[in-house]
Design a protein around this ligand. Sequence first.
Ligand SMILES: *Cc1c(COP(=O)(O)O)cnc(C)c1O
Length: 396
Amino acid sequence: MTLRAGREFLAIPGPTTIPDEVLRAMHRPATDIYSPAMNGMTLQLQADISRLFASSGRTYIYIGNGHGAWEAALTNVLSRGDKVLVLESGLFAAGWGKAAAGLGADVEVLPGDWQRAVRPAEVEARLRADTAGEIKAILVVQVDTASGVVNDIAAIGAAIKAAGHQALFMVDAVAALGCVEFQMDAWGVDVAMSAAQKGLMGPPGLGFVVANARARAVHDTANMRTPYWDWTAREGEQHYQKYAGTPPIHLLWALREALDMIFAEGLPAVFRRHELLAGAVSRAVEIWASGGGLRFSIPDPAQRSRTVTNVVLADGYSADALRAYCSDNCGVVLGVGLGALTGKAFRIAHMGHVNAPMVLGTLSVIEMALAALNIPHGPGGVQAAIRYLADAVPAT
Ligand SMILES: *Cc1c(COP(=O)(O)O)cnc(C)c1O
């Protein structure tokens, strides 16, 4: 209707906006998957993914989404009956834990809630209590896309070290990789995973797992291994062995282009862009929240993700009505509330291929919807976002 002509704008936390360059990179005929050039492309992609994780470990590229990479990570290092500690901070770590339970692990959840990050001191205390060393792996997400929280992976890694515990530290970086810093080796992470369609700006369909030497050694005796996900099988020399079958060449070309774009911009610049755009979103929501009709899902600003912002409406107001207004009238698609926040919250994604006009435009459309739907909100949220960016990006 009225104002939605032209391209729809996706402000959902995955899949995210795919750059035209990445779309174009796929528009070509299939080629010989056995050629040295294609095998070389996979080797280079594996090296570049390891670089994104800041890891000297081995990278495995899967045809699969994040759920696939979850299963790949778990089956390669666990044995049936192993105790796994899940650090709850929203929907996603719990989801990964459910996958582990379904595969035959004995899952324990360290309870958290949807309003705050995992507390490293609680992790350390739980691990110290495990004097028999029963816990074999610890699962956590860096950014929980459902709650909008960012966990301090470095601090959790330090807590595990302080407890002197030997469990594998496994981290989900799906909604964070390529947007915020990740230092796999320096933070003591043993297994990390991600997927292509969020910060990495690609089409859905690729998942990544990186394993350090410790995890690779545990793999040798893991009995949850299955033929398709298995690391050993995928370490073969032949190109098709690296994918347990036909390599997903068009998705690889897309990934190649996306990584080239990220490295051309420079990782520090990419991180800074995400920080600034998240700051702009924060300023706007803060001002709107002063009107009483909405609030941040994560009260502590330091624990809010720089890739997605979760906004909860006051009782009596429908987030789905707000989302529908933005989508139907303006072509801006916001993320839905998940879990207990279904219908009560909406999410603004600001990850991957995002820039100032995309984010300021999205904020303007939300402010327009708040006004049209008579949801009480402080005026001038967008103005505050503009002021913040103008101060942060001075004229030279
Ligand atoms: C999106 C997401 C997943 C799941 O990824 P899919 O590709 O949808 O399977 C897992 N973890 C986090 C943190 C996510 O944001």
